[in-house]
Design a protein around this ligand. Structure first.
Ligand SMILES: [Zn+2]
Length: 191
Protein backbone atom coordinates (compact mmCIF):
# COMPACT_ATOMS: atom_id res chain seq x y z
CA UNK A 1 0.00 0.00 0.00
CA UNK A 2 2.68 2.46 1.08
CA UNK A 3 4.59 2.30 -2.18
CA UNK A 4 1.63 2.57 -4.51
CA UNK A 5 2.60 4.53 -7.61
CA UNK A 6 1.55 8.15 -8.10
CA UNK A 7 -0.46 7.08 -11.13
CA UNK A 8 -2.41 4.53 -9.11
CA UNK A 9 -3.08 6.95 -6.26
CA UNK A 10 -4.10 9.75 -8.61
CA UNK A 11 -6.64 7.72 -10.57
CA UNK A 12 -7.64 5.72 -7.50
CA UNK A 13 -8.61 8.89 -5.66
CA UNK A 14 -10.30 10.44 -8.69
CA UNK A 15 -12.38 7.29 -9.06
CA UNK A 16 -13.29 7.33 -5.34
CA UNK A 17 -14.58 10.89 -5.39
CA UNK A 18 -16.41 10.50 -8.70
CA UNK A 19 -18.10 7.31 -7.50
CA UNK A 20 -18.96 8.90 -4.15
CA UNK A 21 -20.41 12.01 -5.79
CA UNK A 22 -22.42 9.93 -8.23
CA UNK A 23 -23.96 7.84 -5.43
CA UNK A 24 -24.80 10.91 -3.36
CA UNK A 25 -26.27 12.65 -6.41
CA UNK A 26 -28.55 9.72 -7.22
CA UNK A 27 -29.85 9.57 -3.66
CA UNK A 28 -30.22 13.37 -3.39
CA UNK A 29 -32.29 13.35 -6.59
CA UNK A 30 -34.54 10.65 -5.19
CA UNK A 31 -35.12 12.88 -2.18
CA UNK A 32 -35.89 15.85 -4.41
CA UNK A 33 -32.67 17.65 -3.43
CA UNK A 34 -31.39 18.54 -6.90
CA UNK A 35 -29.12 21.49 -6.18
CA UNK A 36 -27.39 19.73 -3.29
CA UNK A 37 -27.05 16.58 -5.38
CA UNK A 38 -25.17 18.46 -8.08
CA UNK A 39 -22.99 20.51 -5.75
CA UNK A 40 -22.11 17.81 -3.19
CA UNK A 41 -18.39 17.69 -2.26
CA UNK A 42 -17.19 19.77 -5.22
CA UNK A 43 -14.39 21.11 -3.00
CA UNK A 44 -12.76 17.67 -3.28
CA UNK A 45 -11.52 18.77 -6.71
CA UNK A 46 -9.85 21.86 -5.25
CA UNK A 47 -6.08 22.10 -4.95
CA UNK A 48 -6.18 22.05 -1.12
CA UNK A 49 -8.13 18.80 -1.00
CA UNK A 50 -7.22 16.90 -4.12
CA UNK A 51 -3.41 16.78 -3.79
CA UNK A 52 -3.19 15.82 -0.11
CA UNK A 53 -5.77 13.11 -0.81
CA UNK A 54 -3.67 11.71 -3.66
CA UNK A 55 -0.64 11.80 -1.41
CA UNK A 56 -2.35 9.92 1.45
CA UNK A 57 -4.47 7.65 -0.73
CA UNK A 58 -4.85 4.06 0.49
CA UNK A 59 -8.07 2.97 -1.18
CA UNK A 60 -9.70 1.11 1.71
CA UNK A 61 -10.38 4.17 3.89
CA UNK A 62 -10.40 7.97 3.61
CA UNK A 63 -7.00 9.61 2.95
CA UNK A 64 -8.02 12.03 5.71
CA UNK A 65 -7.73 9.17 8.26
CA UNK A 66 -4.24 8.41 6.95
CA UNK A 67 -3.15 12.07 7.10
CA UNK A 68 -4.50 12.36 10.66
CA UNK A 69 -2.68 9.19 11.67
CA UNK A 70 0.64 10.53 10.40
CA UNK A 71 0.37 14.23 11.29
CA UNK A 72 -2.20 14.26 14.09
CA UNK A 73 -4.49 16.48 12.04
CA UNK A 74 -5.53 16.82 8.42
CA UNK A 75 -5.23 20.03 6.41
CA UNK A 76 -7.41 18.47 3.78
CA UNK A 77 -10.19 17.90 6.32
CA UNK A 78 -9.92 21.41 7.78
CA UNK A 79 -10.49 22.76 4.29
CA UNK A 80 -13.27 20.27 3.53
CA UNK A 81 -15.38 20.77 6.64
CA UNK A 82 -14.90 24.53 6.34
CA UNK A 83 -16.32 24.50 2.81
CA UNK A 84 -19.20 22.02 3.12
CA UNK A 85 -22.37 22.65 5.07
CA UNK A 86 -23.35 18.98 5.20
CA UNK A 87 -20.70 18.39 7.87
CA UNK A 88 -21.78 19.24 11.41
CA UNK A 89 -18.22 20.47 12.04
CA UNK A 90 -18.91 23.29 9.57
CA UNK A 91 -21.40 24.67 12.11
CA UNK A 92 -18.94 24.87 14.99
CA UNK A 93 -17.35 28.15 16.08
CA UNK A 94 -16.91 30.52 18.98
CA UNK A 95 -20.28 32.22 19.12
CA UNK A 96 -21.14 35.40 20.97
CA UNK A 97 -22.18 34.61 24.53
CA UNK A 98 -19.96 31.52 24.84
CA UNK A 99 -16.32 31.34 25.86
CA UNK A 100 -15.71 28.09 23.99
CA UNK A 101 -16.45 26.53 20.63
CA UNK A 102 -20.05 25.44 20.29
CA UNK A 103 -21.99 23.49 17.73
CA UNK A 104 -24.99 25.15 16.08
CA UNK A 105 -28.06 23.28 14.87
CA UNK A 106 -27.53 22.10 11.32
CA UNK A 107 -30.34 23.14 8.92
CA UNK A 108 -32.45 20.11 8.04
CA UNK A 109 -31.55 19.92 4.33
CA UNK A 110 -27.90 19.47 5.37
CA UNK A 111 -28.81 16.87 7.98
CA UNK A 112 -30.37 14.88 5.15
CA UNK A 113 -27.39 15.46 2.86
CA UNK A 114 -25.01 14.34 5.61
CA UNK A 115 -26.97 11.10 6.01
CA UNK A 116 -26.79 10.42 2.25
CA UNK A 117 -23.08 11.28 2.39
CA UNK A 118 -22.57 8.68 5.13
CA UNK A 119 -24.47 6.01 3.21
CA UNK A 120 -22.41 6.63 0.09
CA UNK A 121 -19.08 6.71 1.96
CA UNK A 122 -19.94 3.40 3.67
CA UNK A 123 -20.75 1.86 0.29
CA UNK A 124 -17.57 3.15 -1.34
CA UNK A 125 -15.29 1.82 1.40
CA UNK A 126 -17.12 -1.39 2.32
CA UNK A 127 -17.94 -2.37 -1.28
CA UNK A 128 -19.88 -5.68 -1.38
CA UNK A 129 -19.75 -6.00 2.42
CA UNK A 130 -22.02 -2.96 2.74
CA UNK A 131 -25.22 -3.46 4.71
CA UNK A 132 -27.96 -1.02 5.69
CA UNK A 133 -26.79 -0.94 9.31
CA UNK A 134 -23.22 0.06 8.43
CA UNK A 135 -23.69 3.88 8.36
CA UNK A 136 -25.53 3.69 11.70
CA UNK A 137 -22.85 1.52 13.32
CA UNK A 138 -20.08 3.75 12.01
CA UNK A 139 -21.75 6.86 13.38
CA UNK A 140 -22.36 5.29 16.80
CA UNK A 141 -18.79 4.03 17.15
CA UNK A 142 -17.18 7.45 17.56
CA UNK A 143 -20.21 8.84 19.32
CA UNK A 144 -19.04 9.82 22.77
CA UNK A 145 -16.22 12.07 21.59
CA UNK A 146 -18.59 14.32 19.67
CA UNK A 147 -19.29 17.96 20.40
CA UNK A 148 -22.00 17.83 17.78
CA UNK A 149 -25.17 19.81 18.46
CA UNK A 150 -27.59 17.62 20.45
CA UNK A 151 -30.58 18.12 18.18
CA UNK A 152 -28.55 17.52 15.00
CA UNK A 153 -27.09 14.41 16.59
CA UNK A 154 -30.52 13.00 17.44
CA UNK A 155 -31.78 13.70 13.92
CA UNK A 156 -28.84 11.93 12.29
CA UNK A 157 -29.24 8.92 14.59
CA UNK A 158 -32.97 8.66 13.89
CA UNK A 159 -32.51 8.88 10.12
CA UNK A 160 -29.73 6.26 10.13
CA UNK A 161 -31.78 4.07 12.45
CA UNK A 162 -34.68 4.21 10.01
CA UNK A 163 -32.36 2.99 7.26
CA UNK A 164 -31.02 0.19 9.48
CA UNK A 165 -34.54 -1.01 10.35
CA UNK A 166 -36.32 -0.51 7.01
CA UNK A 167 -33.73 -0.76 4.24
CA UNK A 168 -32.67 1.76 1.62
CA UNK A 169 -35.73 1.80 -0.64
CA UNK A 170 -38.08 2.68 2.17
CA UNK A 171 -35.59 5.05 3.76
CA UNK A 172 -35.17 7.13 0.59
CA UNK A 173 -38.94 7.44 0.26
CA UNK A 174 -39.14 8.49 3.89
CA UNK A 175 -36.37 11.07 3.46
CA UNK A 176 -38.12 12.39 0.35
CA UNK A 177 -41.35 12.87 2.27
CA UNK A 178 -39.50 14.61 5.10
CA UNK A 179 -37.77 16.96 2.66
CA UNK A 180 -41.06 17.83 0.96
CA UNK A 181 -42.69 18.46 4.30
CA UNK A 182 -39.77 20.66 5.34
CA UNK A 183 -39.96 22.73 2.14
CA UNK A 184 -43.73 23.05 2.38
CA UNK A 185 -43.95 23.99 6.07
CA UNK A 186 -40.75 26.01 6.28
CA UNK A 187 -39.86 24.23 9.50
CA UNK A 188 -38.16 20.94 10.15
CA UNK A 189 -40.33 17.84 10.40
CA UNK A 190 -40.61 15.89 13.63
CA UNK A 191 -38.80 12.58 13.22
ZN1 LIG B 1 -18.23 16.02 2.51
Amino acid sequence: MENMSFFKRFFGHLHTINTHRYLVMKMCFRCGMYRQGLLHDLSKYSFSEFWPSVRYYQGYRSPISREKELKGYSECWLHHKGSNRHHWEYWTDRIKGYDHVISLEMPFEYVLESVLDRISASKVYNKHNYKDDEPYNFFMKSHEIRVINKKTNTQIIKLLEYLKDNGEEKALKYYNSLYKQYKRDGKEPIL
